[in-house]
Ligand binder design. Structure first.
Ligand code: ADP
Ligand code: MG
Length: 228
């Protein structure tokens, strides 16, 4: 489904070039649930942003289903974002002028889901995430954890084929985190491919594969046995 060939990402300043990713080779098959771990600053978000077409590699190639996606036109990128993937941001990135309800509904509008079905899909997630009472509030009126839940709901509501999640439980209590992991597991069982970044060993084991980054290199890449 996804292939990275010798991906480098570096940043140039006046006097030096800083490598964040150094020749990453990674292949993810449809249906996998990959957990990416690694110390702070090891390049996890950069890697996820490149796969999510939010950042471009400095060198190397990225493929979706064997089609090169390095140099896509903006319009084609938007299509991938709307129809193929969901992204859970580390810093939420909710739309401040929209209510909780509207934030979650937006991807469905772009996808062309009809009103009644849309309502049911949003209501279902609000209910699951215990956010029904908050549906008409704006992001600024929510706690960090609540904003994170809205960001997760927005990313999964349209059932994307690929879900990219950057520390989705970073600001949640452990019971809420576990609830989210159960949701991700269920979506994965229904066929959604998931790549999550996490600092939580236990949550990493909801995945079927662990990739450990260190200094911009893949230090470990192994299958996991199912967690119970
Ligand atoms: P992680 O998510 O693993 O904590 P990141 O991928 O966010 O790490 O960042 C890896 C490194 O790349 C960090 O040292 C960060 O400062 C650097 N970095 C990320 N984005 C930029 C940028 N736009 N310009 C310069 N350095 C950057
Ligand atoms: Mg990060």
């Amino acid at each position: 489904m996804i292939r990275l060939n010798d991906i480098d990402r570096y940043f140039d300043s006046k006097f030096q070039r800083t490598f964040v990713l150094k020749g990453i080779n990674l292949q993810v098959e449809e249906g996998e649930f990959v957990s990416i771990m690694g110390p702070s600053g090891s390049g996890k978000s950069t890697l996820l942003n490149i796969i999510g077409l939010l950042d471009a590699p400095s060198a190397g190639s990225l493929f979706f289903y064997d089609a090169p996606v390095n140099e896509l036109k903006e319009k084609k990128k938007v299509e991938y974002h709307r129809n193929f993937m969901g992204f859970i941001f580390q810093a939420y990135h909710l739309i401040e002028e929209m209510t909780v309800y509207e934030n979650i509904e937006t991807p469905l509008i772009y996808k062309g889901v009809k009103g009644k079905e849309r309502k049911a899909m949003v209501a279902d997630l609000l209910d699951r995430f215990n956010m029904v009472a908050k549906k008409d509030l704006f992001p600024a009126q929510l706690s960090g954890g609540q904003q994170q839940l809205v960001g997760i709901a927005r990313a999964i509501v349209g059932k994307p084929r690929l879900l990219l999640a950057d520390e989705p439980t970073g600001n949640l209590h452990s019971s809420q985190g576990e609830m989210i992991m159960e949701v991700l597991r269920e979506l994965n069982e229904q066929g959604m491919t998931i790549i999550q970044v996490t600092h939580n060993e236990k949550f990493a084991h909801y995945g079927s594969r662990l990739v450990r980054l260190e200094d911009g290199l893949v230090r470990e890449d192994r299958q996991l046995v199912a967690a119970e």
